[in-house]
Ligand binder design. Structure first.
Ligand SMILES: NC(=O)CCC(=O)C(=O)O
Length: 122
């Protein structure tokens, strides 16, 4: 949850035109949907004996960045693995975002080594 009057943030599966996306929606205090972000960078990894995860086998990538204004600041959205890509954060910053939100579920093989560092870097 993003902490302003009813704005909701999480990442959910979305179907659109026969394609599936990992999507994050944000709602205004009046309940209307402000924006929808679809995860741009899909997580495909194969660490032999540890983890094999291929999001691109079932999901399509999003192609649009999403920002929205709140009474406090402008916010930019990414999802999980998107946090590994500095360019997204750099563009959001150039567009005036003061807060970046990445709903995520990092895995325990590749995640712990980087997630705190990535958050500090962004
Ligand atoms: N579902 C994801 O995007 C997981 C990303 C992750 O675990 C990582 O290490 O990056």
């Amino acid at each position: 949850m993003i902490g302003w009057s009813g704005a909701a943030e999480c990442s959910v599966p979305e179907e659109d035109g026969g394609k599936f996306y990992n999507a994050c929606t944000v709602f205004a205090p009046n309940g209307s949907m402000l924006m929808k972000y679809r995860k741009i960078h899909l997580f495909d990894i194969d660490v032999p004996g540890k983890i094999c995860f291929q999001e691109s086998k079932t999901l399509s990538p999003g192609s649009t960045m999403c920002t929205f204004d709140t009474p406090y600041c402008k916010i930019g959205i990414g999802i999980c693995y998107d946090m590994r890509f500095a360019e997204l954060a750099q563009i959001y910053t150039k567009r005036g975002c003061q807060l970046l939100v990445y709903p995520g579920a990092f895995n325990m093989t590749t995640g712990p080594a980087h997630w705190e560092l990535l958050q500090r870097a962004r």
